[in-house]
Design a protein. Structure first.
Length: 335
């Protein structure tokens, strides 16, 4: 949102932000200069607990008084319950209902613009959260469109695809026109990594260094570079990643001239995706993963103290350009 506001020469004033992750909030506060009163560590279900279409509850009335007039509501409900990588509670995960809490927040706060981001499989949720959200928002005066947006369509070197719901209130604006097209040529990952390939040799901070590998994985990386290949042969993989396994990218090396696969929280392990650096025998660093996600170098992650938390924040993040591009298009047209 900061980028969209900057592009439109407007000041961004954050009225309310909620999350249950303390590390995420610490990073958020540090970068956007907001207090714990504004960026609160609390479950959204406690802030907007009312049923869709019901009268405002006392805590919701308090949220209205705290936030005041709201122009834009942006949310990224937990995506793990919808992800194809979740083989346990996929489609029926209790966290999936948090999507509808965002719609309740829209009912309560009445923003001009609502943007909700999630993984593509959210459309297959057992409770039909997307369809319910679209119907509800339209019933209270929003024009609503949903689209799958690819990071590569925005010039990012990543194949990430996300589902975005956009709702705009009180306007004749063609909401569909806010979404990017897929006509842009893919961006090579090397365009984003070339100038920092040797950064781990100069820096010692966690953000600039790769995760340590096991001796066995070091041997696998050495094989990739010795034979100048990008996919590890079956005989060098663990049994669970040999013949018949659908994730060929596991234990793979990034190709300099192609976009990266989706950056996940597992980018620190070669066993969780194609995360080996294209020119150096190591996995990518948090800085490199953040670059691929589209974070500017000035974005500060230093409030995080553990590598696991750092990887979670970067891997779970929505590429800033995704929401900025869509919101920027809307702001240009509705004023």
């Amino acid at each position: 949102m900061w980028e969209a506001a900057r592009a439109n020469k407007r000041k961004l004033k954050i009225k309310l932000a909620v999350d249950t992750c303390g590390d995420a909030l610490a990073v958020y506060r540090a970068n956007f200069d907001v207090t714990k009163t504004t960026a609160r560590e609390i479950d959204i279900r406690k802030v907007f607990p009312g049923k869709l279409g019901s009268r405002l509850q006392v805590v919701e009335q308090a949220a209205v008084r705290r936030a005041g007039k709201v122009d834009i509501l942006v949310a990224g409900p937990p995506c793990q319950g919808h992800s194809d990588l979740n083989n346990h509670t996929r489609r029926k995960d209790p966290r999936n209902d948090l999507y509808l809490r965002v719609v309740r927040a829209a009912e309560v706060l009445k923003p001009r613009i609502v943007l909700i981001e999630n993984v593509g499989p959210v459309i297959h949720d057992h409770s039909n959260v997307v369809a319910i959200s679209v119907t509800t928002l339209r019933s209270i005066g929003y024009a609503v469109e949903t689209r799958f947006v690819r990071a590569s369509a925005l010039g990012l070197p990543q194949r990430r695809k996300r589902h975005i719901l956009l709702a705009v209130r009180d306007t004749n604006f063609d909401v569909a026109a806010a979404f990017p097209t897929d006509c842009q040529q893919p961006v090579a990952v090397w365009d984003y990594l070339a100038d920092i390939e040797d950064e781990p040799d100069r820096r010692t901070e966690m953000f600039h260094t790769p995760s340590r590998m096991t001796p066995r994985n070091r041997g696998r990386v050495e094989y990739l570079f010795k034979h100048d290949v990008y996919d590890l042969p079956n005989e060098h993989r663990p049994p669970c990643h040999e013949n018949g396994h659908s994730y060929i990218s596991m234990y793979g090396r990034l190709r300099e001239d192609q976009p990266a696969q989706t950056i996940t929280t597992g980018f620190g392990s070669m066993g969780q995706g194609r995360f080996v650096h294209p020119t150096r025998p190591r996995v990518i660093t948090p800085h490199e993963a953040a670059r691929i996600q589209g974070f500017p170098d000035f974005f500060d992650f230093s409030a995080v103290s553990t590598r696991r938390s750092l990887q979670n924040l970067i891997g779970n993040a929505v590429p800033p350009l995704m929401s900025a591009h869509v919101i920027d298009n809307v702001m240009n047209h509705i004023g």
